[in-house]
Ligand binder design. Sequence first.
Ligand code: ADP
Ligand code: GLC
Length: 508
Amino acid sequence: MSAQRRKRRPAARKKKTPHPLRILFVASECAPYAKVGGLGDVVAALPKALRRLGHDARVILPLYASVDRAKHGIAFERSACVHMGRGEEQWIGLHAATLDGETPVWFVDCARFFGRPGIYDAPWGEYGDNAFRFALFTKAALQICKDTGFLPDVIHAHDWPSALAPAFLKTWDRILSPLSATASVLTIHNIGYQGVSHASAFSYLGVGGEHFASDRFEDHGRINLLKAGIAFADALTTVSPTHAAEILDPVGGCGLAPFLAARRNDLTGILNGVDEEHWDPATDPWIPARYTAATLGGKTVCKRELQKRFGLDPRLEIPVFGIVSRMVHQKGCELMKEAIPQALEGMAMQVVALGTGDRATEDFFRSLPGRFPGRAGVHIGFSNELGHLIEAGSDFFLMPSLYEPCGLSQMYSMKYGTLPLVRATGGLNDTVDNYDEATGAGTGFKFQDPTPGALRDTIGWAVSTWFDRPAHLMAMRARGMALDFSWTHAAREYEKVYRSAIARRREG
Ligand code: ADP
Ligand code: GLC
């Protein structure tokens, strides 16, 4: 081709519509099959939003013993042989279902690793073989792509359980040659959990010994799966813009800040959304009455039902503060342990809490109804129905997290006309506008200091607003209910990240 022809070509070229992408979500949770927290909600909603933009997004997750196969129409498709390190072979079953009538979901069946009740833990603590379990799952996901001929443009991994996918893609190219063009994106939902385990698991991964290095797998003599994902992924994201900056800080990065800083140009913060098919008070099948901002009568019905179900005094004039949370350090449990009893002693208010977590926090919440009869109600356990009822029936929603990458519950509460009371961190800071007493502006109540005093005072501020400035409260409620948290915006942002990851993968 002559130099002249080559020069002219760009001017003559028509702008091409970018081709739709094949995207495989490799994840350890996906609601309603398996969910511990917000990760399950995101993995259910984002692929659906991407499909609606025209992409072929699918999900693969382990078939835990707790997944109800009959209820979800999960059917066996084929077997596959997965090759791990040490020359180990593991036969797995591939099962399939369709989520929300739209998203194809695959399940990896391996009784040895997933035929047990928990997702990550048993009641006595974390499973000791988690590195093996999720290494097998992640490798199986790639094997299935190869066997079925579904060759994704992008593999989207989530947190430490699937962080090995980027590493396997880069280190197993020779064997997995059909995936040599597949790019990988790793989303960090929670950097507080990194998948650190004994180095003896390394040989099971089948990754070359040279990768047991401090800028990849090695972490103080152990292996760190999230760190490996950060090293190998073509692009990194986390779930809010504020948190993308927080994890570059030594404290927020939980030991990984230097590695993330080295990749700061590949890191994007994209705010999660709300799946309005499942979280909308106008259509929610879990709640006793449906409502909108214009017909709030249904919310009162929900409040009455909530007070009844949690054994609270049936008093509509008293504000109810709801909590739906994993009961772990991250969620500000130490602040709640001091501030909630003080608030209940001094203020006209009620509290309902739903959650599971560490023993001491569960015990604290269990003790509340006895100490404050008719004013505190608690359910220790996991219940979708009660989760929705608390969002709908409460007046305020408590989320005093020490750190919160995004947080979905505060967005759900705004959609349900329940004012969030949050600490100004991560996604909580990005999604809630603080109340301004002078103008009545805002969508919730925020505080900065991670202290019980600051939490108690902010509860006091919300209670005084309830009694003294009800018009402001109603306006805030309407403002929150009108916010657009749909996933479409986030899906478009992810599409950009996918395309840049693909370009990077092609470059080398
Ligand atoms: P995280 O992912 O850190 O737990 P998020 O706010 O992002 O926090 O998401 C929490 C999700 O888990 C929400 O959908 C919330 O309703 C749900 N959830 C947490 N604990 C329970 C529980 N005990 N029962 C029902 N749903 C729960
Ligand atoms: C994590 C975070 C939470 C986030 C969720 C979904 O579990 O703790 O803030 O909303 O993932 O991204």
